[in-house]
Design a protein around this ligand. Structure first.
Ligand SMILES: Cc1cc2nc3c(=O)[nH]c(=O)nc-3n(C[C@H](O)[C@H](O)[C@H](O)COP(=O)(O)O)c2cc1C
Length: 181
């Protein structure tokens, strides 16, 4: 059986963002499991234009669609901006359609209240894209899981929650693969 491919999507693109630290931490936990190929997918690498501001033939849009198409499941690293997800993540979600369909996703979020409000907004969007989001959702606090809100120092208890989320994500990613042609 070929290994599932799971993308760990960094939702923020701003200079000085902390999402790479969180993504690498999730990847470190995931890689120890040996149940899938996990890779960081950084929206910032794709130079995506804002939807509708170009004719849509930008190479970055095609590359983004190919990447999403190649993946069996996703882990969204979500940060809360004004009680929602970042504009960069919403734009990246909007710039692909079928490549998202019939796949599973887990969410790891952070913010002053663990990024919970942003994560719940993302769940609504994922439903429209036919992405099945799993229940277990690690929520990281800017106050207790970061030093000075910038150096990521997660509490140990989150490791078990990430693994529980991954158990659900792998099961659903495997199941949904069977209905994609
Ligand atoms: C434009 C903006 C709006 C924000 N709004 C919220 C918010 O509503 N709730 C919250 O908990 N944190 C909020 N924050 C704080 C971010 O969650 C925090 O800066 C986090 O580190 C951002 O993720 P990033 O470093 O990966 O960009 C906001 C940050 C920015 C830049």
């Amino acid at each position: 059986m070929t290994k599932l491919k799971i993308g760990i999507i960094l939702g923020s693109t701003r200079q000085g963002r902390v999402s790479p630290q969180v993504g690498e931490w999730v990847k470190g936990i995931a890689d120890q499991r040996g149940d899938a190929e996990y890779e960081i997918v950084d929206i910032a690498d794709y130079n995506l234009p804002f939807l509708g501001t170009t004719d849509g033939t930008d190479p970055g849009i095609a590359k983004w669609n190919e990447k999403i198409n190649s993946l069996d499941g996703f882990i969204f690293i979500v940060q809360e901006y004004n009680h929602s997800i970042t504009g960069a993540l919403k734009n990246a979600l909007d710039l692909a359609r079928e490549p998202w369909n019939n796949k599973a996703a887990g969410i790891v979020s952070y913010g002053s209240t663990g990024g919970a409000r942003a994560a719940e907004h993302l769940r609504g969007i994922l439903g429209e894209l036919l992405v099945a989001d799993v229940r277990t959702h690690p929520t990281l606090s800017l106050f207790t899981d970061f030093e000075d809100m910038s150096v990521f120092k997660p509490q140990e208890l989150h490791t078990a929650t990430v693994n529980e989320m991954l158990d659900q994500l792998i099961a659903w990613s495997r199941a949904l693969k069977t209905i994609r042609s």
